[in-house]
Design a protein around this ligand. Structure first.
Ligand SMILES: [Zn+2]
Length: 409
């Protein structure tokens, strides 16, 4: 069956009679994301809501005021998924979420154009394609594609968009001789009774069940992004068409504006500035490490020179790193003191690393309580505990616990 959406891809409103309404538990799949669904599947006499197929995602829209969350093709029927039932025999007004549909038309017709140029002019056939929520790609039967080929193909496609080449749809039956000229890429098996051939001027003829623009000028612009390794030695070429180019460009401008404010300089200096900041950070980190290791030595000397000798050390310095704490523990190993040292993660101050070390009797008494209070993961090994603490907000309680314990031993 050829649906109304395939006859007129620009129709935004349509009335049709309800033929079937059945309960369903089939999941909703949108841009590859699966969500559980319980509701109804409704069949209408005809539909302007496109059922997913041929690489094009389904439309969403409304039947009167009831939201259609998914449309699937089963045989020659389109199933409309809704949360509420509709009475069989009633006439409903269908409305389409046009922004989403037009976006799909731009990406899909853009894909036909892109695949045609790649195959006919660069011998790079498309083996499959994907329309995602953010980006789309064509899978090319090649292990790589040279950058100059990508730029030339992009220019060629945009020239044809500027030339406003007409796109029309030919309908024919399965035994029609016209079929030999067209490709069958992405055509569902149940679309075979009446076959649609999408013709882009004299550039391309392609069998397809999707909804398409009527003129290449409606694509506005095509932007080829990057290539990535695909399956089995193939290459995925990512692309954006029309409004997605505008949206992405705006997104990039906003990001650039934010970076300009942060770096306090013009965009063409960003790269230079970031690399300078990274270099300076490396130097600063190295200096900090030197200072910390001197500070650790200073702390060790201070503890060793304290009279009378302390029974325990409880240290959680703000600037401490796991390395800093480890070097203190190492220097005081075997000194008979109970040590507790903590350091927090710079980006997650509630989390960190702790070390507990000292005579077995004290570790046995305090170890478990401390690790529980701080939600620490790890185990005592050779009288020493080193591990991650999930919640450092219990540090004060730990300190009190240790103080009270040593006041009584
Ligand atoms: Zn197609």
């Amino acid at each position: 069956m050829v649906f109304k959406c395939q006859e007129d891809s620009f129709l935004k409103e349509f009335t049709s009679k309800v033929l079937k309404c059945e309960e369903t538990k089939e999941s909703i799949v949108d841009y590859g994301k699966i969500t559980n669904f319980e509701g109804y599947q409704i069949v209408l006499e005809n539909t302007i809501l496109f059922p997913a197929g041929g690489g094009q995602p389904h439309d969403i829209g409304w039947l009167d005021n009831i939201e259609v969350l998914q449309v699937l093709r089963k045989g020659d029927e389109a199933l409309h998924f809704t949360k509420e039932p509709l009475a069989i025999g009633t006439t409903v007004t269908q409305k389409i979420q046009w922004e989403r549909r037009f976006d799909h038309m731009q990406q899909h017709s853009g894909q036909h154009l892109l695949s045609a140029i790649l195959e006919k002019e660069y011998a790079l056939p498309t083996t499959s394609w994907w329309l995602g929520a953010e980006e789309s790609y064509v899978e090319l039967d090649a292990s790589s594609v040279a950058e100059d080929v990508i730029r030339n193909v992009e220019t060629r496609c945009n020239d044809l968009i500027r030339d406003a080449v007409t796109v029309n749809v030919k309908f024919c039956k399965a035994n029609d001789p016209d079929l030999n000229e067209a490709h069958t890429r992405g055509l569902p098996k149940d679309c075979m009774d009446t076959i649609r051939i999408i013709c882009i001027g004299d550039i391309d003829e392609n069998m397809c069940c999707g909804t398409h623009v009527t003129n290449l000028s409606q694509l506005q612009v095509i932007k080829l992004l990057v290539t990535e390794p695909g399956k089995k030695g193939k290459t995925n070429l990512k692309f954006l068409v029309g409004n997605r180019v505008m949206k992405t460009f705006q997104h990039m401008l906003d990001r650039e504006k934010a970076l300009t404010a942060l770096l306090k300089n013009e965009p063409n200096k960003h790269e230079e500035l970031v690399s300078k900041v990274q270099k300076n950070l490396k130097i600063a980190n190295k200096s900090l490490q030197n200072v910390l290791s001197e500070l650790a030595q200073f702390e060790v000397d201070r503890i060793k020179n304290t009279q009378p000798k302390p029974k325990y050390i409880f240290m959680c310095k703000k600037e401490a790193t796991p390395d800093f704490n480890r070097s203190i523990c190492k220097a005081l190993e075997g000194d008979g003191m109970f040590l507790f040292l903590a350091s927090s993660e710079p980006d997650k101050p509630k989390e960190g690393q702790i070390i507990i070390q000292g005579p077995e009797e004290h570790c046995n008494e305090l170890g478990q309580q401390i690790t529980e209070l701080l939600k620490a993961k790890g185990a005592f090994k050779h009288g020493k505990f080193q591990g991650k603490a999930g919640d450092l907000s219990g540090l004060n309680k730990c300190k009190k616990l240790v103080e009270e314990y040593f006041a009584n031993v």
